[in-house]
Write a protein that binds this ligand. Sequence first.
Ligand SMILES: *Cc1c(COP(=O)(O)O)cnc(C)c1O
Length: 382
Amino acid sequence: MKTLEDDLSRRHAQKLYRERLVLESPQGVEVHVGETWLLSFCSNDYLGLANDPRVIAAFQQGAQRYGVGAGASHLVSGHSRAHHALEEELADFVGAERALLFSTGYMANLGALSALTDRNDAIFEDRLNHASLIDAARLARAKVTRFPHADINRLASMLAHAPRPKLITTDAVFSMDGDIAPLAEFSDLAAKHNMRLLVDDAHGFGVLGKNGRGTLEHLDLPLAPPVILMGTLGKALGVFGAFVAGEEALIETLIQRARTYIYTTALPPAVAEAVRASLRIVREEGWRRERLRALVAHFRAGAERLGLALLPSPTPIQPVVLDSAEAALRASQRLREQGILVPAIRPPTVPEGSARLRITFSAAHEEAHVDRLLEALSSVRI
Ligand SMILES: *Cc1c(COP(=O)(O)O)cnc(C)c1O
């Protein structure tokens, strides 16, 4: 019998072993790891809000007013005024009738997919969807079909033969590639087949669109059936949690049926207060999105001059694809030696043969930081 140790050493040999960094400092452009400070290009704190003094103050005041723990699930006695106000503000912000808070994006996806489908329904997933959407379909025990990445035509022909098509689901911004899904086309297909389209905007919410409403705003699409929006609050919003937004009947259905909503303790209300402060900043400080766009443009121009293989990503996720896990690991290590933190992303997080450096930018970066990164990338010669 294969032991746990055998499996672990096989992972080591294949360069797939994963290890954690221990941060001594808050999340930020520079992070304190071990004995040194590293210039970081690997958080999802795209707007630089995870350590914002106003968000911290709201968190502290929230703890003063509501205490630390919610003490119960939402349906028992854990649903506080802070949660309720945040749900109303999120719904207003994204232009939906209602929004429902979940503890994490992972749980929101699990809850939504299993509440909206049963074992006779068919769910269609983009091949590069986030693991939480894949696991959500498994938990729902529905019939799952994965279509080639962003391939509208293939999806259309699959739908033509499907017995009970119920749901299409896709990342809006693909978490490891940074490209944007063809949501208008998916939405048309869903409408044509009387299905719903669940859009996971973990990486677009707060970042894309003139007002930061996300990928739907970026593509000028309404948030109305067939579309359902899932957004997360631990990335651009800098805090923690997630929500699903849509029409009244959808949200009431989730409250009745989503098991990851019903059978779990509500988020600490202070977390909701922190997100409310963060959402106000997202609304008021459009310069953060502008800055991010300018940094991404600056990076892409520089990377092209260096001849790096970039993907067609207009977002703050800018991967540099290398062939092997070993090459990605080596490049990441060399950057680290120069004081720069960029993770190597390896299978199974990305498909075999497409291991990569995943570079992400934050509005808290400055052009000089990007120049340092470009210089380091050129000396690493990948
Ligand atoms: C991060 C992420 C999630 C999970 O959100 P959490 O709140 O971190 O659980 C879901 N979908 C996508 C595409 C993500 O990138």
